[in-house]
Structure formats: C-alpha cells, structure tokens
Design a binder for this molecule. Structure first.
Ligand SMILES: [Zn+2]
Length: 365
C-alpha cells in the first residue's frame, strides 16, 4: 500500500479545500508514491520526532501544524529549524504531512472535538466557511444526461454534507441554429433546431472548477455545450473555524473556569470579564482564535474560550462576554488523537503510533 492511499483517505474526511487561505495543509515534503511502513502522529514536528520515526520504521509523519505555510520559505538548509527537518526527512525517505485548518474546520475535527469535550449542546459553527462551493447549470439532450451526471458525480460534484449524487433537473426545450461552419451533433447547418433537453443544476467544490469544465467538454455531446458556473453566497453551516453551543446548565464563572481546567487538564489560564455573570452559551476555537472574539460577542456568547489573546484583546470582555485564554497548544493538543483514531479504525496493515518524544515547546513555570 502506498502512502498516497492513506493521505487520500484523510483528505476524503478533511479535504484540503477546507483550509484557510494562509495555510498549507497536506504534503510538506517527500514521495507519497512509496510503500507505507508506518505512521507517526504528532502535534508539532521536530528533528527528535523524525529520529523517533526512523527508529520505529514509520515513513509518514503527520503533524497538526504545517512546517511551511502558503507564503513559503526561501531556502532549505540543514542549519534552519524547518530546513533541518526537511533535509532529515528527505534523506530518510520520510514524508511529512500536516492536517491543520482543514481538520480544525471539518466535521468531527478539532473544534467539534473541543465542543464535545466541554459537553456543549446545540453546537453551531462560529465562523462558517463561504465560497467553498459553486453551482453548475448545464443543459444537455435528455438521453445524454445520465452519462454527464455520472461523470460529474465521479469527480466530486453534487456532494453536500453526508449526501452525494445530488442534483436538480428539469425537462425543457433548447434551441439553436448552427451556422455554416458548425459541426452540430444534432440538427443541420442554417436550420433552427429544437431539442428536448435536461436542465441540470448541482454544486461543486470551488477548487474543482477546472475539472468540471473539462468533464463537461468530455461528456457532453454538443460542439458548444451551454453551461453556467455561478458563485454562491451560501455559507457552509457545518464547516468553518470555531464552534458555539450551550452548556447543560448555567455556571458561575469560577465554576466554569474550574470546569475548563479540569476538562482540558490545564493548570493555568488567563481570563477577563464580569465576575458575577453566569455562563451558559460558550464559544470556542482551538489554537489562536483572537480573530474571532468579535464574532463570539456578536453571537451572544457568555464566554469565549481560545488561545493567543493579546493583553488589549481582553478589554473586549467589556461587552459582557467572558474571555478565556487557555493557551494555543491546550486548545488543540487532542487533534493528534483524532488523526490517530481515524487511521486506527481504517487501516490495520501498518502501525500507527503517537510520538512519545514530543515535548511541549512553550511551558509554564
Ligand atoms: Zn495551532
């Protein structure tokens, strides 16, 4: 079995197009067409973890944080932190792979897991993704519609949440007059032709646009297929960063902070807010979520729990929302368990391990 089969499975659960624009999820370096020998899962890559993977015969390392972001790096030299890891991985035929904001945003990913840990109910996405999908409208002669639909479904069109093969169709009349240079599939030159056509509508992931166009030209019988590709304003209600939901019952702030520390197994947190307010509606975002403070406030959260808040961010709690900074790592350290469980449940023909040499980069004293 080659490594690509594993990454393909992971991407079927958490597609790369779920990632944020700045991000660079997926392969960081290495050859995914080699046989897989074992997988090591970690939060943050390090040379120590690569050494551990070598000793345990794992040639795929999956981390949460990517080594390289979308803006890229200028050089790869062993003396740099990132360059050193890349050089070591390539020298030892190890593939480095990351699941970052794609797993944060996706269903069953980091933020869903976080919400589940806090036992939040009625969980919604705090910052739903937009522009993930576009709409295809295409008219096709009735007897050719099944072939075209099948080809479009095969490349990933018409999938919405847990449903695939989704489309809307309606019978109608299409008309055209081929000019003398045309080579019409139906009809004759210089004569108006009226054809029973099916009007198909389906959504597709935005990043597939090139394949959609190619598939239409390959499977539509007309010399000049008529189709529209439309941008959509719709938000994806199940995909995006952060979550918001309700606690089982209202809590005093001190009880809520204690509940966070106990549930997340943390010894310290920073917070700011009205000590006498009660907490029922809770917004969360694993990792660094200071960018969503305003959204949490706007959506009526009694508390917003995330990491990497700056000193001045805390003053936004004046609005009435308790702001709690649990730390960056502390809100997403469990993501490696999600990846580990995904692989363990699906694959039995190679070892999946969680790194035992990973150390916390930022500690508290
Ligand atoms: Zn992070």
């Amino acid at each position: 079995m080659i490594i690509k089969e594993v990454t393909k499975y992971l991407e079927s659960k958490f597609p790369l197009y779920f990632q944020e624009e700045f991000d660079n999820c997926g392969v960081q370096c290495g050859n995914i067409y080699q046989e897989i020998s074992g997988v090591m899962v970690c939060f943050e890559m390090s040379e120590k973890i690569i050494d551990e993977a070598i000793s345990k015969k794992c040639n795929l390392i999956i981390s949460h944080h990517p080594l390289i972001l979308r803006k890229g790096i200028n050089k790869i030299v062993p003396s740099d932190r990132v360059g050193g890891m890349i050089c070591k991985a390539l020298k030892n035929d190890i593939v480095l792979y990351s699941m970052h904001t794609n797993i944060d945003s996706g269903e069953g990913g980091g933020n869903d897991y976080f919400a589940k840990m806090l036992k939040l109910g009625n969980v919604r996405v705090l910052s739903p993704h937009s522009n993930l999908f576009r709409k295809l409208i295409v008219n096709v002669p009735h007897q050719y519609s099944e072939k075209l639909k099948k080809a479009l479904f095969e490349i990933g069109c018409g999938t919405q949440g847990n449903y695939d093969n989704c489309c809307y169709s309606q019978l109608g009349k299409g008309q055209f007059k081929p000019n003398k240079a045309a080579n019409p599939f139906i009809g004759e030159n210089n004569i108006v032709e009226i054809v029973d056509e099916e009007h198909l509508e389906m959504i597709y992931p935005t990043h597939l646009q090139h394949s959609v166009i190619q598939t239409i030209y390959e499977n539509h019988p007309y010399e000049e297929p008529a189709f529209d590709l439309l941008a959509l304003e719709n938000e994806s209600k199940n995909i995006g960063l952060g979550r918001i939901g309700e606690l089982d019952k209202e809590m005093e702030i001190s009880d809520f902070l204690g509940y966070l520390k106990k549930t997340l197994n943390i010894s310290v947190l920073r917070y700011c807010g009205d000590e006498y307010k009660k907490v029922k509606t809770v917004a969360i975002c694993g990792g660094g979520g200071s960018g969503f403070i305003d959204l949490a406030i706007a959506q009526g959260a009694d508390a917003y729990v995330s990491g990497d808040f700056k000193y001045h961010d805390f003053f936004k709690s004046h609005s009435g929302t308790l702001l709690v900074d649990i730390g960056h790592y502390e809100g997403e350290s469990f993501i490696k368990n999600i990846i580990f469980n995904l692989l363990k449940e699906k694959f039995t023909n190679f070892a999946t391990l969680i790194s035992e040499t990973e150390e916390l980069s930022v500690r508290y004293f």
